[in-house]
Design a binder for this molecule. Structure first.
Ligand code: SAH
Ligand code: SF4
Ligand code: F3S
Length: 492
């Protein structure tokens, strides 16, 4: 069940603390001050924390994993569901106590909650000195100076251009094998339940040459896998406009070239044949056959697509403003199977108990799951977010017990299907990328196959970052177990 219950929002808040955020690792390069960051929410937020650490490093801060020795504490926060915000509020009470003992520490709230609540956060949370939105991180050194002078500061300006393309992230929490690369920011879709367009602003794509450069630098450092991140990677679009021409030193007469996601995938795949390329998140309305053919063409592009459906019912999808219906979604899945075959991993996000969802409409989600057969899913019950289209237009009328019961049904269905899917892998030969030791035992190692499934193998004379050809010998609904056949095989 490891994967199925990964998101803390389906656990009670009391159980959620300490398992639901990532902290900085200690990195001492002789700087005079220390920064501690906790990151909540999605991969984009974790990736942003690496940008923040980089900006802070250039301004005299090493990172620490111990907040008691930090001069500055940042919480990079998430607003996606109410519980995500409650977890941060609870955590702030701990830092509040720390600040009472050491009033000189600066506490900053960054990320989506900062953007959503702005100055209000300073009023509500007395320990907080800084409130900084996701597009304002370049201003951090200035804001820190203001805080060091004993004043409070807020910058929640949302940009139409900022992509932090020129900032080399400080890899936090890295296993040295796998890294995130942000390829775009913001979101222009207006899914009615979702707060992201309000907290992250307009969609903008990052210069592809800076993305390729970052991937190349990771390869030089020994990394073996990159995940290209965006809220909707399939709408990635970049052209050499005047600004970009100037930045890239291009000649005036060069024709404008538009680079889409399929082109970008191809560019990153060509960086190194032993660099695995993943990406997230794909939107069902935008994923093209071109992208699917590019995935097929390159062995090092992983055969795995995170394609959140949210609901299996067309009326609910319309209320959610997802702009596709059940049939469209099923056609996209059929296309994935046609081009990439049965072995391509597909995962989803699902929301139960959205405004006015009836029992038969909920059943449609369950039947869609039976048709698609997701390898895994992140599953949530609907949490109304202030300011969203749904909060303005619809009534949050499904009782909490019903939302939770429907969620339990979806989780149980997913577990059944994942087990079924994993059993199909038994006896197969697959290549995994080793990430380190298994959480449960030092005697076992953990890797991932192309379809993003965790595969556990017995320890041996291998190191993380090795590719291993394995045969799958056993499975649970969440994990595959294998025996090693070959180290660093010719094909990955
Ligand atoms: N950009 C991605 C999703 C980012 S948010 C996409 O479009 O698929 C991650 C997931 O959180 C969403 O897919 C959705 O399932 C869930 N989510 C978003 N808002 C929610 C809300 N108000 N209540 C419950 N779940 C929500
Ligand atoms: Fe939210 Fe929809 Fe954008 Fe995803 S695509 S971030 S769910 S608005
Ligand atoms: Fe949360 Fe913001 Fe990501 S709301 S899910 S941290 S984009």
């Amino acid at each position: 069940m490891e994967n199925l219950i990964k998101d803390i929002d389906i656990l009670p808040v009391e159980d959620a603390v300490a398992s639901d955020f990532k902290t900085t690792q200690t990195e001492s390069t002789g700087k005079s001050k220390k920064l501690y960051i906790e990151s909540y929410g999605c991969a984009m937020n974790f990736s942003d924390s690496e940008i923040v650490a980089s900006i802070m490093k250039d301004n005299g801060f090493d990172t620490t994993s111990d907040f008691y020795e930090a001069d500055v504490i940042f919480l990079n926060t998430c607003s996606i569901r109410e519980k995500a915000e409650l977890t941060v509020r609870k955590r702030l009470t701990v830092f509040n106590k720390a600040k009472r003992k050491r009033p000189e520490i600066t506490i900053g709230v960054l990320g989506c909650m900062a953007e959503r609540l702005k100055e209000k956060l300073l009023e509500e949370e007395k320990a907080v000195d800084l409130v900084v939105g996701p597009d304002a991180y370049r201003d951090l050194p200035n804001l820190i100076n203001i805080a060091e002078d004993g004043q409070k500061a807020v910058n929640t300006f949302l940009s139409r251009e900022e992509t932090y393309a020129d900032i080399a992230p400080v890899r936090l929490n890295s296993n040295g094998v796998s890294a995130f690369i942000s390829i775009m920011r913001g979101c222009d879709n207006m899914c009615s339940f979702c707060v992201v367009p309000f907290t992250r602003g307009r969609e903008r794509s990052r210069d592809p040459f800076s993305i390729v450069k970052e991937a190349q630098e990771l390869v030089n450092l020994g990394y073996k896998e990159v995940t290209l991140l965006g809220q909707n990677v399939d709408s990635y679009k970049w052209s050499q406009d005047e600004n970009n021409k100037a930045r890239l030193n291009k000649k005036e007469d060069e024709t404008a070239e538009v680079i889409n996601f399929a082109n970008l995938l191809e560019m990153v795949a060509q960086v190194s044949p032993i660099l695995r390329v993943r990406f997230s998140t794909s939107h069902p309305k935008d994923i093209t056959d071109d992208v699917l053919h590019t995935i097929k063409k390159y062995e090092n592009i992983c055969k795995y697509i995170h394609l959140p459906v949210q609901s299996g019912n067309s009326r609910v999808l319309e209320l959610m403003n997802r702009t596709y219906d059940r049939d469209w979604y099923l056609e996209r899945v059929a296309k994935i199977r046609e081009i990439l075959g049965e072995e391509c991993g597909i995962s989803s996000d699902m929301i139960t108990g959205f405004c006015s969802e009836t029992e038969p409409e909920h059943q449609d989600t369950l039947t869609l799951m039976d048709l698609v057969k997701y390898d895994f899913s992140y599953m949530f019950y609907y949490s109304e977010r202030p300011g969203t289209l749904a909060a303005k237009k619809y009534t949050d009328d499904i009782p909490l017990e019903v939302k939770k019961r429907r969620l339990a049904e979806v989780i149980s269905k997913q577990s059944e299907i994942a087990f079924e899917r994993n059993k199909l892998d038994l006896g197969k030969e697959q290549v995994i990328l080793l990430e380190g030791t298994s959480k449960k035992s030092q005697e076992e190692l953990k890797g991932r196959n192309s379809a993003n499934k965790v595969v556990i193998v017995p320890s041996g004379n291998y190191s993380k970052g090795d590719y291993l050809k394995v045969r799958i010998t056993n499975c649970t609904p969440a994990t595959l177990f294998g025996e090693v056949l070959e180290v660093n095989p010719a094909h990955i």
